[in-house]
Design a protein around this ligand. Structure first.
Ligand code: G4P
Ligand code: NA
Ligand code: NA
Length: 190
């Protein structure tokens, strides 16, 4: 998605070799028109997939996901994240380990929002190791529902998330794919 790539070139800040800061349009300040365009792109990619609900994870997935859900005319559910959890049987939960933050958290979704006949589009802002996306997919499957695919705003293709998800059989669509952040430069996958 060229508009997104240009925004990353113009405003992205490369931190070391691994992290791209995009807090001027995605992770802190949000660019609503860009989010709208992102939502339209993701919705178009999955238009024929029979999606009945969109699932993302708080907080930064919500802005792009709500736009995609609006375009697909389906509800958006955002998974909640917390450090530890007393067992609650009205929730589906899955443990997610963040390599970036070096901490384990639990992702949860209320059972009442996931039905066995639902088809979910899973959306997230970043794909790094794939833990968050996989956690969401596993929650959908716990409920006996289907994952149509995983839509990502920015994929760090030099990290293992994409390969991992594809090997598990998921369809992965990323709007911007970053091959490298070496030498302070963003290089996109051709
Ligand atoms: P994974 O899900 O793909 O395994 O990723 P990981 O655990 O490494 O990511 C942990 C958090 O860091 C996530 O946000 C993720 O979106 C974010 N993240 C990972 N790599 C980058 C990056 O290069 N740049 C930016 N800006 N974020 C990155 P989170 O903790 O869930 O926070 P939020 O959704 O509330 O923003
Ligand atoms: Na994030
Ligand atoms: Na996220």
């Amino acid at each position: 998605m060229e508009l997104l790539k240009q925004k990353i070139r113009d405003e992205g800040i490369v931190l070391g070799e691994q992290v791209l800061k995009v807090d001027s349009f995605l992770n802190h300040q949000i660019d609503p028109k860009l989010m709208f365009a992102i939502g339209e792109h993701l919705a178009a990619l999955f238009a024929a997939a029979g999606v009945t609900k969109v699932l993302t994870i708080e907080s930064s997935g919500i802005a792009p996901a709500v736009m995609a859900a609006m375009k697909l005319d389906v509800p958006l559910i955002f998974a909640r994240k917390r450090k530890s959890l007393t067992l609650q049987d009205d929730l589906y939960t899955h443990k997610v380990y963040s390599f970036t933050k070096q901490e384990e958290s639990e992702v949860s979704v209320a059972r009442k929002f996931v039905q066995a006949d639902d088809v979910f589009l899973v959306i997230d802002d970043f794909l790094a190791n794939g833990e968050a996306a996989l956690g969401m997919a596993r929650i959908v499957e716990q409920a006996g529902a289907k994952v149509a695919g995983i839509g990502i705003v920015i994929e760090k293709s030099f990290q293992p998330g994409r390969k991992r998800l594809i090997e598990l059989g998921y369809r992965v669509e990323s709007l911007a794919r970053i091959a490298s952040l070496s030498n302070g430069q963003v290089a996109f996958v051709e």
